[in-house]
Design a protein around this ligand. Structure first.
Ligand SMILES: [Zn+2]
Length: 466
């Protein structure tokens, strides 16, 4: 590109970003500096996403014996996403030990819930023994820690979080055009292809509605600004990474950590009931213990769908329970300010003063360490009950999803197969499967009838030739 052109791509990008920021402020009222009623992010209490991830990386590097870190990146039609996963094992050489109790924890799935990622950092600091729980009786003995393998996703929705940091304090979905222009400008990667920027426009998908269990169903009060489920299940790179991680790790326990209220939820989110049977009762017992020990009995307990006041379709926890067959699958809501106005999102979802901030991190880090003890105990009780079969049964849905995902990644076209409509393909497959079973049944019936009608060898007349 020749120098000195008055309208270079760089100039155009800056102009575009400025226009978008103005547009964003007009549409969303996101400029918290000019609106005194809205609480801005308290930068003294909260890390920026860049600083938080940097601090976590440094923590891991200081404790290579206990912690390791990996970053998964993927892309969909020009929209790039990455998820960093920290793995805790008291002895890193035992990181592949399948006899350990495996725990998967996700924080920051919704951009505006900053406090959850601060809790992830606190839990990792306690696991690395750089920080300690407020009361020593909540600490775990070494032999309990030895049996745990914990994967922590400190910030599942990094792109959405960047949007919040850029001023859109109510954003909970994943990244969109504005995020990307801003992040490109931030990092001076101005020479990138403009078409890639435009192709991500209007994405804005709720990562907790993009999973396949009961995906896409819309309630009467559906608000796309809050709950956009995407064009198909697993349309989003972030959800694809999480799904792959959950399938390979096969956790015994999953916790999806959110804020907005104080609650301890178990499946289901898409129904107003909890699952039947003993495993479900065990989950409830774990939550009742946690509520009593750490939430001063004020946390709401029960199924997400039955307790929160609305049904949620296509959520991560329902998928973890129904498809990945995680026996202990939870969603925790760790803080909420019910007095905040609905537009004052930073205040509604995050503590704004030092005292509350510390209280939330202290209470919930202790709650998680209790959970690390209660979870394995309850699972052992489930396993020792002979009537409950925890063997993983591969359902048609699971098989088909695995098949589709495998195909889509094998040919490097991540969404084409899914874009056809997973639900429709699944229906055809079911019909095909049922008709095959029916045919087999008819075939077998005919054989058995003909067998019955055939005379027994011993009763055959002797003069019949063989
Ligand atoms: Zn949330």
């Amino acid at each position: 590109m020749a120098r000195g052109l008055p309208l270079s791509p760089h100039f155009f990008l800056i102009l575009l970003a400025s226009s978008l920021q103005v547009f964003q402020k007009i549409v969303y009222g996101a400029d918290n500096h000019t609106q005194p009623n809205l609480t801005p992010i308290n930068r003294h209490l909260y890390h920026s996403s860049v600083d938080l991830m940097e601090e976590i990386k440094e923590l891991v590097h200081r404790h290579p014996d206990k912690l390791s870190i990996e970053t998964f990146k993927t892309e969909n039609k020009g929209y790039k996403a990455e998820i960093t996963v920290v793995t805790y094992s008291r002895n890193q050489r035992e990181i592949d030990d399948r006899s350990k109790f495996r725990i998967l924890l996700s924080f920051g799935q919704h951009g505006r819930e900053l406090i959850t990622s601060e809790l992830a950092l606190r839990i990792l600091s306690v696991l690395s023994e750089e920080q300690f729980l407020p009361k020593m009786d909540h600490a775990l003995p070494n032999d309990t820690l030895d049996r745990l393998l914990i994967k922590v996703i400190p910030m599942e929705n990094l792109n959405g979080r960047k949007l919040v940091e850029a001023g859109d304090l109510c954003e909970r979905r994943n990244g969109n055009l504005v995020t990307f222009v801003l992040s490109y400008l931030d990092h001076f990667h101005l020479e990138r292809n403009l078409t890639a920027l435009f192709s991500v426009a209007g994405r804005g998908v709720d990562l907790n509605r993009n999973w396949s269990v009961d995906w896409g169903k819309k309630e009467k009060d559906y608000d796309p600004y809050e709950e956009n489920p995407g064009i198909s299940p697993f349309s989003e790179p972030e959800t694809q990474i999480m799904r792959k991680l959950s399938k390979s790790f096969e956790p015994h326990m999953w916790v999806n950590v959110h804020s907005g209220m104080e609650a301890l939820f178990m499946p289901y989110d898409h129904r107003n009931t909890t699952p039947d049977g003993l495993p479900s009762q065990r989950m409830r017992l774990v939550l009742e213990d946690l509520n009593h020990l750490h939430c001063h009995d004020r946390c709401m307990i029960g199924s997400g769908g039955g307790s929160v006041g609305y049904l949620a379709h296509g959520t991560a926890t329902d998928y973890m329970y129904d498809i990945v067959r995680v026996p202990l699958a939870f969603t925790f809501e760790i803080y909420g300010d019910g007095t905040a106005s609905s537009r004052d999102c930073f205040k509604m979802f995050n503590p704004t003063d030092q005292k509350t901030f510390n209280r939330v991190l202290n209470d919930w880090s202790a709650a998680f360490f209790s959970l690390f003890k209660l979870g394995p105990n309850q699972l052992n009780k489930i396993r020792s009950t002979p009537t409950v079969n925890l063997e993983k049964l591969v359902s048609i849905d699971e098989y088909l999803e695995g098949y589709l995902m495998e195909r889509s990644s094998r040919y490097g076209k991540k969404t084409e197969v899914l874009d056809l409509g997973l639900q429709e393909i699944r229906t055809y497959f079911r019909l095909f499967f049922l008709s095959s079973v029916l045919l087999m049944f008819m075939f077998c019936t005919r054989i058995s009838k003909s067998k019955c009608s055939r005379p027994n060898m011993s009763t055959m007349p002797r003069d019949v030739s063989v």
